[in-house]
Design a protein around this ligand. Sequence first.
Ligand SMILES: Nc1ncnc2c1ncn2[C@@H]1O[C@H](COP(=O)(O)OP(=O)(O)OP(=O)(O)O)[C@@H](O)[C@H]1O
Length: 528
Amino acid sequence: MNRWAVSPRDVLRLLRAALLGAGAELAALALMATAAWLLLRAAERPPLGALTVAIVAVRTLALLRGGLRYAERLAGHEVVLRWLTTLRTRVYQALTPRYSGGDLVTRLVSDVDALQDAVLRWLLPAGVAALVGSVAVGVTATASTLAAGVLAGGLAVAGVLLPWLVVRSTARAAEENAPKRAELAERAVELVTGHRELVAAGALAAHRARADDVVGHLVVRERKTMGKTALFAAAGVLVQLGTTVAVALLCHASVPWTAALTLAAMTAFEVVLPLIGAARRVPEIRASATRVQAVLATPPPVPSPRSVQSGHFRLERAGVRYPGRAPALRDVDLDLPPGKRVGILGPSGAGKTTLLRLLLGAETPTEGRVLLDGHPLDEYADLPRLVSGAEADAHVFHTTVRENLLIADPDATDDELREACETAGFDLGLDRETGPDGDRLSGGQRQRLVLARAVLANPRVLLLDEPVEGLDPAHGDAVLAKVLAKARGSVVLVTHRPEHLAGFDEVVTLEDGRALPASAAGPRPAPR
Ligand SMILES: Nc1ncnc2c1ncn2[C@@H]1O[C@H](COP(=O)(O)OP(=O)(O)OP(=O)(O)O)[C@@H](O)[C@H]1O
């Protein structure tokens, strides 16, 4: 099996579908030719016996055409659906470690579906058209090589040149429209997510007008492209007419045989002409295929069997730089053996969350190294079991409080869940619905639910990102003290309040992504 997950059996199945499709179209072609021959031969009033074979052939071919078309649809869909099942599994396996949410769905559903269209609407019809066209040219050659040459030329123009022109013009239009499409997507998202703010500022109409402008621009461009495609399709019909007339004039055979060949030529175009319309989707399919190929080409990180031993983290001159931005973090050294408590201070944007994300393995250092027991973090499959916590953007599942907590400890009893809630200062009932990503909770409740989950998980390395920021100071201090008292291993606490770090083993103060030297960071908190 190759990178595209196409097995030799798939190729055979595809070939079978193409042969069935070609059979159906050839039956249609023969039906037209035989019917024309029959009509004109009947006009010569031959004995009925001379027409019997043709009469039976017309009936047989009509039945055969329908039957073969049905069989071709079945065979074509069978091969595509089987192939897509394997391909989707491969793409999913390659995607899950690298993407999530909408991006994953887009790549998995839209891109792979586009490949289905590539086979059913493009590859199979093109194969069938080539087979039918070749047979039509071959049969015409028995009467006149010149007519056969003209037919071959006409079919090549309608089946190759015109679809290629459509692909070229659609691809160019897509390229030109890409910035406007991106702008439209951005404006649409702004209109939806920022609707309330836009209404409050009285700017909704202006924003909507700008979005309408973009839509108007795109509609004009789309119409132009559609117009061009329609012109190419019309040109295809003209080529069909011209070629058919030429075949009629150039075939020096009996009248019934000439009529049969002429109608056969015309019918051959019926198989080829749909390729012009189908060519419109080629650029889109090509883009999807490139994206799927890129996903499949990069082997997914294979989690090694390495499992955590002592759980000793070490940052060595670690840094993170987002493209086109000043470094979010640089040259940070940190030693975090089991049981050590480290506090992180620093102004907004100093890189505190980025540092936690490095320890979680959610961010890869662009400079330096982040090691766990001496090995890079991506060598561990079970990292989330060791290190977790209450990150600012932790996900709240759309279910009840209980289910959200049980994720941290599936065996916990209701009493244990309540105890964790109490520790985190979270006072809603366990059956309370949380809504999508916790939007039926207040900001503070959401934050404390995430904290209760971290308490319940009780990991060997607990990371807390400003966990009591929304609470009033006295209540926040009490909650934090309880949470820290329950922590069984190392703790890294990001906070704006140095008094939270009393008793911590080390305090790192970040500024512009750098750790300040200890003397510049102010007095160290009292030891525990
Ligand atoms: N995904 C991202 N892409 C680009 N820049 C980012 C990204 N995430 C963070 N940054 C930038 O990196 C810098 C550090 O961000 P970080 O979230 O670590 O700061 P912080 O100290 O946690 O701030 P705060 O106290 O406000 O939460 C900031 O300048 C931020 O704008």
